[in-house]
Design a protein around this ligand. Structure first.
Ligand code: SF4
Length: 75
């Protein structure tokens, strides 16, 4: 099953703690890595179940809870 990921760039302070397999800093704020973007959006993406640990780590690391994820079709 795929995982939907989302980052709220308004809440993001650009600390970089979420950077890794799924997220990367872009323009001073976190963004979904280009290969996972949904319809070209830098804030929403879809990743495989194999990347769940990376998604969970990034979400847990974020001091502002800017990163959310879900196995459902819509967040
Ligand atoms: S950890 Fe949170 S606040 Fe820091 S860059 Fe990532 S999304 Fe932004």
């Amino acid at each position: 099953m795929n995982i939907r990921v989302k980052v709220d760039r308004w809440l993001c302070i650009g600390c970089g703690l979420c950077e890794g397999d799924v997220f990367v800093l872009e323009g001073g704020h976190s963004a979904v890595r280009p290969e996972f973007r949904l319809d070209g959006s830098i804030t929403e993406g879809v990743v495989g179940e194999d990347l769940l640990p990376s998604v969970q780590r990034a979400a847990k690391a974020c001091p502002n809870r800017s990163i959310t994820w879900s196995r459902r079709d819509f967040l």
